[in-house]
Design a protein. Sequence first.
Length: 144
Amino acid sequence: MSTEKNREQNQDKNPKTEDIVKITISREAEEKLSEVLAEVNNGFDAGRVNRQQLATWALIRFGQDCTEDMIRSIRADHFDEIALLESILRRGKHTGELPQELKSALRTHLKSTSAPRKQSKKSLTDTYINDVNLKNEHIAHETK
């Protein structure tokens, strides 16, 4: 309860309080953000921009200016073959059909990975005995 009261009091005192949501970014993105932040603040005497403000500004601006080409580029950079196959499989299970190209690829893959048939082993008979036993029998008959 006291936490709620503190929040309400803080909001009353500061009408500019924003809802803040935290995200995690890669180290590379953080480095680029820091580089841009340094450029923005270098020579800017009328204020100071912090990392959160810059990141928020950049994301809002990106959302406003995002084009179909940018969306295609993002998707291409994050393409995952396994995710695509899982999606096609889910649709295929639902509809009972797979795309013809995938059917052909699966058949081709099956043909290329199918193991060659094993040759049948010759069974031992009276006339076919392995060499070691043959030699032993021959030596045994000579010594008698």
